[in-house]
Design a protein around this ligand. Structure first.
Ligand SMILES: [Fe+2]
Length: 217
């Protein structure tokens, strides 16, 4: 074999090997994430984008129907980011350890340390038959869609045994204190989640729609 033929054959072998490795790595991933979710432009990203901006993302997603139109007007009005959109973004409070529950992550909405209003919660009344609270929170380890766990919440301020979510309080054990702003949601952690992981938190407020953010625990 002359040098030229040898080099040509070697190049084909290298390219062929690279293709095989590529296929071997990609096939299982494609199969695992088979649901067409990725094709949905409204599906939140599973990994935190480098330029992640929760206000911009949730405002845009809200406009496409995931936040009621009437509330979008408040979000887009004066102070709307702080008083309305930021009020619905999750954060992990430093919860009194005696109120923490193993296997769950404590979540509140509206981080006042960022200048946002705290999210109030309200029970069902004749005037407001749905009540006002987050009725589901989905938590996934960033980058791992299969890890997502959904926690359901009902009957605020005392969840029933029909759901896997529970409430506690932040400054006082009673979640209903301070117009419900004292509420802490105890959402199920995805199996294997550990300190230092970034989680995608995706929640639905009965009154004000869906909100998504990434938090590192
Ligand atoms: Fe709300």
């Amino acid at each position: 074999m002359d040098r030229r033929t040898f080099l040509k054959d070697s190049a084909v072998t290298v390219v062929g090997t690279a293709l095989l490795v590529d296929c071997a790595q990609k096939t299982p991933d494609t199969a695992a994430s088979a649901p067409a979710k990725a094709a949905d432009p409204n599906q939140p990203p599973i990994d935190r984008p480098a330029d992640w901006d929760p206000v911009a993302f949730n405002t845009a997603r809200g406009k496409s129907g995931f936040i009621p139109e009437k509330y979008m007007a408040d979000i887009l009005g004066p102070g709307g980011t702080e008083k309305h959109l930021g009020k619905h973004l999750p954060f992990v409070p430093k919860l009194d350890p005696s109120r923490a529950v193993a296997g769950t992550v404590a979540i509140m909405f509206g981080d006042t340390s960022k200048g946002y209003s705290a999210h109030p919660n309200a029970a069902k009344t004749a005037e407001k038959p749905d009540g006002h609270w987050y009725n589901w929170i989905r938590v996934a380890i960033a980058g791992r869609p299969e890890s997502e766990v959904e926690t359901l919440f009902d009957n605020w301020p005392m969840a029933s045994d029909k759901v896997n979510g529970k409430y506690t309080g932040f400054s006082d054990p009673d979640p209903s204190k301070e117009d419900g702003k004292n509420t802490v949601y105890l959402a199920q952690l995805p199996p294997g989640a550990k300190a230092g992981d970034t989680l995608r938190i995706w929640g639905h407020c009965l009154t004000h729609g869906e909100y998504v953010d990434f938090l590192t625990i």
